[in-house]
Every structure is written in C-alpha cells, then in structure tokens.
Design a binder for this molecule. Structure first.
Ligand code: SAH
Length: 448
C-alpha cells in the first residue's frame, strides 16, 4: 500500500478505541479519528493482517468531537475517548458490547445503555507518575509517551482525583529545593523513581507512596515534614524500595514514614483497608453501581450458596454474603487472597470462606452444591475447565462481570447449549478510555 492514503473515511471504532478505516479490502487502524470523519492517513506499519496509520490531515469533524481537557490525551495512550462527547463515549461502549455479543455469541437479549457517571472526570483514586530530571536539572514528572519511556510533563490529569496534582507539584518543588536526585533510567542512578497517590472517596484520607532506589534517602525527614506541612490532607506516607531495572512500579520492601501506612474506603457500606500495593477498584463511584446492579440479579433470601470466582480482595463476595447463606470465594493471587481474609474480619463477615487456587481446578474438585455463581475473570476471560464444570454442575444462575466484551462473548457462546442470557448491562468504570465493563445474567435452560 502507498505511504499516504488521502480522503479516508472512518467507519467504526475498534475495541482499543482506534478509528477503523476501510481502503478497498484493507483495514487501517488509526488514532485520533472517529466515525464519519475523513482524513489523509500515513501508513506506519502492517501487523496481523491490518495496517496502522497516523492522521496527517483531518476533515469533516464529527459532531461528537469536543475539546479535550488534557493536552497530552492523544499521546499518553490513557484516554482514547477524551475528544469524544461523553454521551458518544457511552454510545460506542454500548455498541461494542452489543456487537461482540451478537457476532460471537448470537445473543438476542437487549443490551441496556451503558451506565455512565454524572461527572466523568477526576474519578481515579490511584495515580502513579514517574519522576525524572532533565538536562537543566529541572525535575520533571508526568506520563510516559505511549510505548516509550519519554516523560510528558502535565499540569494535571483529567481523570485523576483533584487532590493529587497539587501534591505532585509540591513534591517536584521540594526535590529541587532540597536537591534530592531523581532516578535516571539510563544510568540507573538517583533516588526517587515514582510517586503513587491513593485517595479515599468516603474519608478524608490520602496516601503518598515514594518509590525509591534505596531506603532512607538523605534529607528524608525534612522532606516528609515539609510535604506534610504543605499538605495536611496527606494522612500517611510510605516508602517503597524498587532498585530493579524493570517496568514494574512497586518493589517488595516497604517502610511507613508517616501515619498508619494505609487508608480506608467503603464500598456499599463495607469498609476496606488499602495499603500501597493492595488491589482496589479505581473508580469508587461506578464500582458501587457495578456491584449493586450485579447483585440485584440474584433474588437473595439467605438460602443461597454463592461461588464468587476470580474474587480479588473479596469485595463482591463480602457484599453478597450479607444476603446469602454462604459465600465461597476463589482467587489465584496470594496477596489478594490474604487481603480478602482481612477484609472479612474487618467487616465481621463469617459466612464466607476463601480459597487460594485456580478457579477451574477449585470448582472441578468442589463437591458441594452451588446455587449462584458470580464470576469476574481477568481480561482473558475464563477457561474450558471452569466453564465445563459449571455446566456439569448445572448451576442455576450465573452473574458474569466482565472487563472484556470479546472474551465475555466467547465464554457465553461456550455456555450457550445450556444457558440463556437474560440481562446485559454495560457499566462505564473508566470514562474517557475505550474500556467497558459488562454485567451479564445467565440462567440454566429447562431440560428438553
Ligand atoms: N472480583 C474482583 C476482582 C476481579 S479482577 C473485584 O471486583 O475487585 C480478576 C481477578 O481474577 C484477579 O484478582 C486475578 O488475580 C484473578 N484470577 C486470574 N486468573 C485466575 C484463575 N485462573 N483463578 C482464580 N483467580 C484468577
């Protein structure tokens, strides 16, 4: 194909939020172009049967296009949809779920409109940014340019909690004033690598995590005192040491420098303790809608035995336990499993048990009765061992919570000889991005 294709029409949005252009038989995926827009496109490369391009000149701007709040939204790779009006974002998310379910699983059930947020900005309760020093000795922080380690400085991110940016700016000033060296990836020298901020939605609690290359950096005490002086909203500061040359942000060694070392937050009236490394849902407003809609599908009357598979830190299971006879949770990750046990104790929930295992292996060995299955697998979806055992056990009701419509549809197709879909509700957990979460209700068909 020639290098520049002129006057291309964008016909769709891909699951990753890229514009889809048809050029004869060829498909071109392109960032920054939305359906019905036209552009001249430069072809960059060809991979797995499709071309990837870059907009050179855009015409016919879509009526759904808006001015983004963030200047780097097209290059940091985090917010594929920030240039789209929020109503249009929700429309495309609903469409993506509908198309995946009809194309892959031939689902006939109506797909409800994607459940959005009142204010779709500043929702993230976890923010992590790299710090670096430029050639002139100025400290830089921001987000990496997509697929690179080049830091793009940013005043504030449009989707992070508003409390984060002023703290990040003062950390930058303090590092400069106190001459504390930032990490340099090329030389592996320097001290501060990342700053992670976690905020509580329901409480005035805020955690700052300093990811450093060594424990106890020079001037640490003064730095902490000054930071807390300037930002009394900080309730705890943790130092996390990561000296490895890797993309993983947190290391294994940790020291509490100020406050209790954790914050707390609530989901639907249950309380959770969050430490530097804990997994916790990042959108505190939408998670309540997600869980409430999912659990609403089960007509609880304290008699049900519920299996909460892929349970993470136990959040959904713990909420379900309030109205069920018993909940059995299974999660493969050891630290999430440990957190789940602590969360049950913290909330005095005693009709729940936790198993640290592969969900498929666990269920195939489990010989008790299960009335309801709640499953919330990772992006790759579930697997045949798990799903075939669900079918063998003839579990009557399934509530499937999914973060990937395509693997969701594949798994529903697998279950379709025995299960019928009776509810599909997409939920927008990540406004401004192309991600969409879906709740699906399935019930066991009558034996013919
Ligand atoms: N339900 C939770 C977490 C969902 S994320 C919540 O709402 O917060 C998916 C979880 O599945 C992760 O915690 C991951 O560790 C776990 N997981 C991934 N593969 C698994 C497997 N094969 N068996 C059990 N759990 C698994």
């Amino acid at each position: 194909m020639q290098k520049i294709i002129t006057n291309c029409l964008c016909v769709d949005i891909s699951s990753e939020g890229k514009g889809v252009i048809k050029n004869g038989k060829d498909i071109i995926f392109c960032d920054g172009i939305f359906p019905n827009e036209k552009a001249d496109v430069e072809i960059l490369y060809h991979r797995a049967g499709v071309y990837f391009g870059k907009v050179k000149k855009l015409y016919n701007l879509s009526r759904d296009r808006i001015q983004p709040r963030c200047k780097i939204c097209t290059s940091c790779g985090g917010c594929q949809y920030q240039q789209l009006d929020y109503k249009a974002q929700l429309k495309y998310k609903t469409k993506r779920v509908k198309e995946a379910l009809t194309r892959i699983a031939h689902v006939k059930q109506e797909v409800l409109p994607c459940l959005g947020m009142g204010n779709p900005y500043n929702y993230r309760n976890k923010i992590q940014v790299p710090f670096n020093k430029d050639r002139n000795g100025k400290v830089k922080f921001g987000f990496y340019k997509e697929n690179s380690h080049i830091i793009m400085p940013i005043k504030e991110c449009a989707i992070e909690d508003k409390r984060a940016a002023p703290i990040l700016w003062d950390i930058k000033l303090l590092l400069e004033e106190m001459n504390i060296p930032c990490y340099n990836e090329d030389s592996s020298k320097g001290i501060l690598r990342y700053v992670l901020i976690r905020t509580s939605y329901h409480y005035d609690e805020l955690m700052v995590v300093l990811v450093t290359t060594q424990m106890n950096f020079p001037g640490q005490r003064n730095f902490i005192n000054e930071l807390v002086n300037r930002h009394p909203e900080i309730t705890t500061i943790v130092e996390n040491v990561n000296s490895r040359h890797t993309n993983v942000i947190l290391g294994n060694q940790e020291k509490v420098l100020y406050g209790p070392g954790h914050i707390k937050d609530d989901i639907l009236g249950l309380s959770f303790e969050i430490s530097a490394a804990s997994f916790f849902q990042v959108n505190p407003v939408q998670v309540e809608k997600l869980y409430a809609s999912a659990l609403n599908l089960i007509d609880f009357n304290k008699k049900e035995v519920v299996l909460d598979a892929y349970s993470g830190v136990g959040t959904i299971g713990l909420i379900a336990a309030r109205n069920a006879k018993k909940v059995i949770s299974v999660e493969i990750n050891k630290s999430a499993h440990k957190n789940a046990i602590e969360n049950a104790k913290r909330n005095n929930v005693d009709n729940i048990e936790f198993h640290c295992a592969d969900a498929g292996e666990f269920i195939s060995k489990y010989d008790g009765d299960i009335d309801v299955l709640i499953m919330d697998p990772p992006r790759s979806g579930s697997d045949e061992t798990f799903l075939s055992t669900v079918m063998n056990k003839r579990i009557k009701k399934i509530v499937y919570v999914s973060c990937n419509p395509e693997t969701l549809a594949r798994d529903i197709q697998y279950l379709s000889s025995m299960y019928e879909v009776n509810y599909v509700q997409p939920v927008d957990m990540f406004p401004m991005t192309a991600h969409v979460e879906t709740i699906v209700g399935l019930y066991l068909k009558d034996k013919k």
